[in-house]
Design a protein around this ligand. Structure first.
Ligand code: C2E
Ligand code: MG
Ligand code: MG
Length: 571
């Protein structure tokens, strides 16, 4: 131990030095109080032995000053004194002393007191280390090693106060990875975790030392940029982040690409509280994501109003089913060569009492996001199957009812069993039902989906790939999934007669799919020329406004009654 002794008696000092050295300690010597304080500050001893009575600064005063100099450390102090009475002991303890040694003392007593102090001191340092570790742990995100939500809340508060005091501007960036859930669902949590770690590393490289980076949720990161000069400086960082995150990742053998959406809120701005600031950046992030992701968006008041409307819509959607506001229409699907109706696609819409008819493209993504899709999906399936069973019972045996399924529904437990129960309950033969899955979601190519789709297929239900050409069209993947038909997306049909590229694409989609054994349905036929083109190129099936708009149940029943659908049609 490094021991500092302060005594104005030369003899006492000499005796102490001798004993302490004998015990193997390093000894620092001061002849008065002030010298003791100076040595304490420059040499950092582990223990102090202070004579109580000294000229100038006495032992008690010296202890007091030393205690006020320490911050996180605690150095044991033993007072050395001739006469020890109760009053003196109290004075010494109040001054910050830990023990007394009375003169004359035996070497054994000196040794014992130092040993005891050493033990306490060791324990105290251990405690100090542990507290430090704990405080790091409670402020760190264990997975990525950057700050966590708790520290984010604390730091944001501090940085806002700092910006107020020094009249500075700061920016809060709220970042969320696009489609991270899909990566987790398809490649597993291990790869998901690796990705988050790599993202944290890349983010760190885009920031200055004073900026703050934290992970505040699954795939959500919050960044605070301090002393921001202007909007462009923030844009630079946001662009840098977007670029660096979109570069490919190789994670345990998987090549992954991901993008991020960033919402930005600037502080100070009109009466912003900490809660508002976070909320604003969140709202902005939400719109960055909504407009396709892989971008940043600054918060504006207009966004806030839009957001309020969205929240309103969400709440309304929760009650839409109870209030029977959801309804189905049926768009006929035709055999293009014979113009017979071979089936129909059930399309969902929402008749809102004030907002009017809300198209599925507006509320289905919302339902997916707030976890209502399973509930709504089940309702659609049941309502459509019930109706199709009625048509079947009234004599129409050879038609197909297509129902759209959100890829999210594939993640439900027991989806195949649910569907099997549904067709049993409604007494609809399995061969009548066909499920459409949009290929815009990579989720459908996951191993889980493959299993679920195969099980559904085994019940006797066919599956078609919707919006073909707009998403992840991959023939190798296609072959793995039990798909019987593809639906060429309406965007290709739209200018199939005017755009030579689309002409070629549609032609090869038809021939390739037919060769591979898939049935082909063209979507969105709006004109006679489009129809003729498809007929010439042997597209077997089609639907579109030119042939028929989506119909109400009554209209669809009438169309069936007109006899355009017949038992002579091939199954
Ligand atoms: P989709 O499955 O590709 O459905 C075809 C969409 O194209 C329908 O829009 C239909 O009204 C529209 N359409 C039909 N013919 C034409 C045409 O000639 N020209 C144009 N421009 N459009 C045409 P809708 O009803 O707005 O549905 C949009 C999407 O919403 C659907 O696309 C489907 O992905 C989704 N959706 C609809 N109903 C459901 C449902 O019950 N569940 C789920 N998960 N998604 C649904
Ligand atoms: Mg569809
Ligand atoms: Mg489609």
């Amino acid at each position: 131990m490094k021991i500092l002794i302060a005594d104005d008696s030369k003899t006492t000092r000499a005796l102490l030095v001798e004993s302490l050295k004998k015990l193997g300690h390093e000894v620092l010597v001061a002849t008065n109080g002030q010298e003791a304080i100076d040595i304490f500050q420059s040499q950092h001893p582990d223990l102090l032995i202070l004579d109580v009575i000294m000229e100038g600064i006495d032992g008690f005063e010296c202890a007091k000053r030393i205690r006020s100099l320490e911050n996180d450390v605690w150095i044991p102090i033993i007072f050395l004194s001739g006469a020890v009475d109760d009053e003196n002991i109290a004075k010494g303890i109040n001054a910050g002393g830990d023990d007394y040694l009375t003169k004359p003392y035996s070497e054994i007593t000196l040794f014992a007191k130092i040993k005891a102090m050493q033990r306490i001191s060791d324990m105290r340092s251990k405690l100090y280390e542990m507290t430090k570790k704990l405080s790091t742990l409670s402020s760190t995100d264990v997975l990525t090693g950057i700050y966590n939500r708790l520290q984010f809340d604390k730091s944001l508060k501090e940085k806002m106060a700092h910006a107020d005091r020094y009249n500075q501007t700061m920016a809060l960036l709220f970042l969320d990875l696009d489609n991270f859930k899909t990566i987790n669902d398809t490649l597993g949590h291990y790869v998901g975790d690796l990705l988050l770690q790599e993202v944290a590393k890349r983010l760190d490289t885009c920031l200055r030392i004073d900026d703050f980076l934290s992970r505040i949720g699954g795939d959500e990161f919050a960044i605070i940029l301090t002393e921001v000069k202007n909007r462009n400086a923030v844009i630079d960082v946001a662009q840098k982040i977007i670029k660096i995150l979109s570069e490919p990742y190789n994670l345990s053998g998987n090549n992954i690409q991901i993008t991020a959406s960033i919402g930005i809120a600037i502080y100070p701005s009109s009466d912003t509280t900490q809660k508002n600031l976070v909320q604003n950046s969140d709202i902005a992030m939400y719109y960055a994501k909504e407009s396709g992701g892989n971008r940043y968006q600054f918060y504006t008041e207009e966004l806030s109003n839009k957001h309020d409307q969205q929240v309103h819509l969400e709440n309304e959607l929760k009650y839409a089913m109870e209030r029977h506001e959801l309804c189905l229409t049926y768009q006929p699907i035709y055999n293009l060569q014979t113009r017979d109706v071979v089936g129909m696609e059930a399309l969902l819409s929402w008749k809102h009492p004030e907002l009017g008819l809300i198209p599925p493209a507006t509320f289905i993504p919302l339902a997916e996001e707030i976890g209502l899709i399973d509930y709504i999906g089940k309702w659609v399936l049941r309502a459509a199957c019930e109706q199709a069973a009625k048509w079947y019972l009234s004599g129409y045996k050879n038609f197909k009812l297509s129902v759209n399924l959100s890829p999210r529904q594939l993640l439900q437990k027991n989806l195949p069993q649910q569907i099997a129960d549904m067709i049993k309950d409604t007494k609809l033969p399995a061969k009548i039902l066909e499920l459409e899955l949009t290929e815009t979601s990579p989720l459908i190519y996951s191993t889980l989906s493959e299993v679920v789709l195969k099980e559904i297929n085994e019940i006797g239900i066919k599956i078609s790939l919707d919006d073909f050409g707009t998403g992840y069209s991959s023939l190798t993947h296609l072959k793995r999934l039990p798909i019987s038909a593809i639906k060429i997306d309406k965007s290709f049909i739209h200018d199939v007669t005017t755009d030579p590229n689309n002409m070629t694409i549609v032609k090869s989609m038809i021939s390739l799919s037919t060769d591979l054994g898939f049935n082909v349905i063209a979507e969105g036929i709006e004109t006679e020329t489009q129809l003729q083109f498809l007929i010439e190129n042997k597209c077997p099936l089609g639907q579109g406004f030119y042939l028929s708009k989506p119909l109400s149940t009554e209209q669809m029943t009438q169309l069936l009654e007109q006899g355009k659908i017949s038992s002579t049609m091939a199954e």
